[in-house]
Ligand binder design. Sequence first.
Ligand code: 8IG
Length: 275
Amino acid sequence: MTNPFEVAATAAATIATETGVERHDVAIVLGSGWAATADRLGRVIADLELSDVPGFPAPAVPGHRDLLRSVVAHGQSILVLGGRSHLYEGHEPDTVVHGVRTAAATGCHTVILTNAAGGLQPDWGVGRLVLIRDHINLTGRSPMVGPAPPPDQPGRFCDLTEAYCARLRGLARTADPSLVEGIYAGLLGGNYETPAEIRMLAGQGADLVGMSTVLETIAARHVGLDVLGISLVTNLAAGLSPVPLSHAAVVDAAAEAEDRIVALIGGVLDQLARP
Ligand code: 8IG
């Protein structure tokens, strides 16, 4: 089985069988530090280990969970992915976007992509929540590279003019009026940036820098999912940060933001239930 859309269909069939939930409505991918959100969204219907579902490697980054959870919140079936895979772990784009393609195959119309990110705006402190308005894919990779999508899928060259859904951003701002918006630069990662790289990225219009999300957004748009992207600024980027960057600090900042994160996601799901 080489076609990644077939692997996603197989994963969706496993999820339907193992959770007993035929279709899901909304998927949420929990980034670094967002994992605790999974426990506070709604009524838990079923838990699987992500790594037991075809195509998913076990999350290997601290702050991610090997958890796929089906939750009912505000009358909708929510597919919660407790962790994700990254290019910097050595995974291919098809693996990185497998969760998003699987979410589409389970019936989801919307995916909420969350992450922890470095902030390039000096006045955005640690703990600031930012809606992703657009992205700059600097990974040099794309999930649309490879054999042409099979005939039952849309073709290549998907339109990314509104990669991050304006309507969903509006719902998020209604849920939390303190939210600001920014441009997320997605890098290959494996290391944080140098101050010179951060100055370059700031000059190119980036407000956030991270190592995930951009390929997932491309794959989501390709299969027609609406995307809401939310970053939690857990450090100021290199050269702006008064303290050395560390992954442990990321996890600490996320813990402090947990209540705001849960309220925001709950507020969005509540509005999605009442169109
Ligand atoms: I959290 O400063 C987090 N993720 N590339 N740079 C990049 N990724 C990040 C950063 C950061 N902080």
